[in-house]
Design a protein around this ligand. Sequence first.
Ligand code: SF4
Ligand code: SF4
Length: 435
Amino acid sequence: MAAETPDLMFPVPEFSDHPIPTATIPEVQGEMGPVLDVAILFAALCLASYFTLVSRSRRNVLLLTIASLLWFGFWRQGCVCPIGATQNVALAVFDPTYVVPLAVVAFFILPLVFTLFFGRTFCASVCPLGAMQELIAVRSVAVPRWLDHSLGLVAYIYLGAALIFAATRTGFIICRYDPFIAFFRLGGNTDMLIFGSCILMIGVFVGRPYCRYLCPYGAILRVLSCFSKWRLSIPPGTCINCQLCEDACPYGAIHPPTVAQTPGARRRGKRQFGFALIASPFLVAGFWWLGTTLAVPLAQWHPESRLAEQMRLEELGIAETTTDASDAFRGSPRSVDELYQSALTRRNDFVTLGGLLGAWTGLVIGFKLIYLSVRRRREDYQADRAGCVSCGRCYWYCPVEKVRLGLISDVSEALPAGRTPTGPLVQLTAGGKKP
Ligand code: SF4
Ligand code: SF4
């Protein structure tokens, strides 16, 4: 039998009365476009790392943030971006027939490599989504620690769901629910415009809500940042424990010095650690079971399952109108039984995948409980390895940094009235060295 041409398999639908919408994806830039994008990303990462760790210039970090927002956000319209590239890479890993462009791979890998060396400098001033939120974080309030930790788990669960949906060709949900894409493209779905506006409004009072509680790529960067070779230090020299950096950080990413523990508190800490350790396997098992029960709703996200459901409703006469997808299906050589069988296979797949997503959720919660139950001793204010986005606000306010820059001659000049530092108050000469 002669092979059917694509035209016969999928007849061209009749769209003569369909208004052609304005393109909402960036124009192809020619062969050099992706190379230019990668070169600019690399240069921006180098500059961000230099500004945050070496020159420690909050002003330059801010200027680079604005430039990145204009280039990667509004000019390149948020595409290609490392956050979305996570899905392309996941699909390429699970489906060898999917070809992922090298530029997309580079966008995915470069920020990860830089994070392993320098911390989250990508988040500091290169990511356009982070930049958008950075510029509006003007009246941030402190989020209670328990709420901050709980909401922070959502990003990891979202990451797991996004990888599963991408690997099964169910959809690229990170791109579909990118809160700022409608702003970058100056148009888009009303629901996404509303979602993006809500994130921005919340972002005025809660620093970087998308970065802290939703971004799946940020979840990977948080983990890698814990192992980074170099990272931002708040004072350039001795910390005087004045607390100004903690007040300045809008992201709750600074830990204060710890106090000596009483024997009772130490015993309580040990009990909590033991409880977290024992509870973790049960959490994994419990969420695995919960995940398997979500197979049907999860599978409904897959286009094949949605089409099968639509065909079923049409065949039963429940659906009053057909859809473009069901019309196109009727014009294809596939039978309805084949479609139902395919949808059933998807549902069975999602029993396993839902279980995996559930187990991942349990693992993340268990790990968080263990992490929180381990007490770390600190003698001064320190940036959280995972949560610090290297924005540089803290050292901008740090009196020791101001002495280093020669802006003041004594740290006491920068302290608010009534603020008494509890650390070793040393007189620093310009240059940050002890006299
Ligand atoms: S956390 Fe995500 S959105 Fe925020 S700056 Fe980092 S990569 Fe961008
Ligand atoms: S650089 Fe400082 S102010 Fe910025 S997120 Fe890190 S700890 Fe907070």
